[in-house]
Design a protein around this ligand. Structure first.
Ligand SMILES: Cc1cc2nc3c(=O)[nH]c(=O)nc-3n(C[C@H](O)[C@H](O)[C@H](O)COP(=O)(O)OP(=O)(O)OC[C@H]3O[C@@H](n4cnc5c(N)ncnc54)[C@H](O)[C@@H]3O)c2cc1C
Length: 406
């Protein structure tokens, strides 16, 4: 039996990357603890694609059936004018390959629930708490919490998203790594006001898009907004200020925008953020490492966040197990293994804002023309298959770890 020097791992953040990492660490004999700032698992968020290598990771977790059972089943998207007339439509299968090879689309909150349910029995979760301070020495990382008693862990992993608290504590301020991409995004749940049947409607004016798609078997819908903007000065903890920014930005818009915005005060799961990337040369420092958006956010909207989190968690845990817990070796291999996928996803994400919310009427018409023609183009696989291609940048290694660890 192999001896492991590292056993106790603290993970900060219980969304996608955190529970996925806890799942694999537990499988390999580590003892993960997950601390999450929110009092319970956070609901909400957009529908996200699980594609390529991420699908393979979910399959290896034995959770693919559960993920498919909660799939959005969204059939496609239409781009409509101010009167609601469809100017271009496209099926999800042509657009991003969802439906092929087990790839699927699922609400972010549903995926988080599946991962949490798969780990809650044998992983310690500390909800409503946060790391207050970290101090590393040869014996481990000494952690004080906002509420729980202080403890020492062998490793600490930040899975706490684009505004990672762990990154701020252990690396440098956010401004050093965050790259604003010129767009903002907001999303919240509404009733299915537009009677959509597994379908999305989007309305563009230059630099703005408002849309809605049905969710949970058409029993509800998501309202989604994105707009071109330089960095805004607001308090990211102040949701009322963010609601005001959204309402003011879309006050002049036609189509169904006023009806969608009228639901904003009732929404329990309002999400608002800049489209931004996290670019770092290294995702680890001593006994502390980052996974998912905390280390390499590709951006909201582009669809790669969940894929990078699922694959990153799998690789990080696998390399730790393969190195029998030697974090120096494992973190190096994790960086080498993940870097090509991170680079590919971040490069892909750069074009997404302009495609989604083109900046001029001419570009909107051009985008719609492309959407109409896409199913007939010989190179449709190149465009439609691009998200899948980047999601397959790295093959999923087989971390078959021989003996159980002790
Ligand atoms: C509620 C919510 C809604 C989202 N909606 C969208 C969306 O509409 N579109 C989109 O593209 N992406 C959205 N995202 C981001 C998306 O989930 C990620 O891009 C992707 O899934 C990668 O996940 P992650 O686990 O790395 O980070 P995230 O999903 O961002 O999760 C980070 C987790 O860390 C927790 N956390 C933050 N600070 C601390 C702290 N100090 N201590 C402990 N825990 C902390 C957060 O509460 C959260 O649960 C959303 C995330 C959340 C949490």
């Amino acid at each position: 039996m192999r001896q492991m020097s590292t056993k106790n791992v603290l993970i900060s953040g219980a969304s996608i990357a955190g529970p996925a990492l806890a799942f694999w660490l537990r499988r390999y004999g580590f003892e993960p603890t997950v601390v999450e700032k929110a009092p319970a698992l956070r609901p909400g968020g957009q529908a996200i694609d699980v594609l390529g290598s991420a699908t393979e990771v979910v399959r290896r977790m034995g959770l693919l059936e559960q993920v498919h059972a909660r799939s959005t089943g969204k059939r496609g998207t239409s781009y409509v004018d101010a009167e609601g007339k469809a100017r271009a439509s496209i099926s999800s299968e042509v657009f991003n390959g969802v439906g092929a090879n087990g790839d699927t689309e699922i609400q972010r909150g549903d995926l988080a629930e599946v991962l949490y349910a798969a780990t809650r029995e044998n992983v310690e979760y500390l909800f409503g708490d946060s790391i207050a301070a970290l101090h590393e020495d040869e014996s481990g990382v000494h952690v004080t919490f906002e509420h729980s008693p202080a403890r020492t862990f062998d490793l600490v992993i930040g899975a706490d998203g684009v505004h990672s608290h762990t990154r701020k504590l252990a690396f440098s301020p956010e401004s050093e790594f965050l790259r604003h991409m010129g767009y903002y995004i907001a999303i919240f749940t509404t009733p299915n006001l537009l009677n959509l049947d597994h379908w999305e409607l989007d309305h563009n004016t230059p630099g703005k898009i408002a849309g809605s798609y049905s969710a949970r078997e058409n029993t509800e819908a998501k309202a989604i907004f994105a707009w071109a903007s330089g960095p805004l000065d607001y308090d990211y903890r102040d949701a009322d200020a963010q609601r005001r920014i959204l309402t003011e930005t879309f006050a002049d818009q036609g189509w169904e925008v006023p009806r969608l915005l009228a639901e904003l005060p009732n929404a329990q799961d309002f999400y608002f953020d800049a489209m931004a990337q996290i670019r770092m040369d290294r995702w680890s420092k001593g006994r502390i490492a980052l996974v998912g958006d905390a280390g390499y956010c590709a951006s909201p909207l582009s669809g790669q966040g969940a894929d990078l989190s699922l694959v990153g968690a799998y690789v990080l845990a696998g390399e730790l197990a393969a190195a029998a817990g030697d974090h120096r070796v494992a973190f190096d291999r994790y960086e080498t293994e993940m870097r090509p996928m991170v680079d590919a996803c971040q490069t892909f994400a750069e074009g997404v804002g302009g495609w989604y919310a083109p900046n001029s009427k001419a570009m909107i018409a051009f985008r719609n023309l492309n959407v109409r023609l896409l199913p007939y183009l010989p190179w449709r696989g190149l465009i439609g298959g691009a998200p899948q291609k980047v999601a397959r940048t790295i093959a999923v290694k087989d971390y078959r770890i021989g003996d159980p660890v002790a």
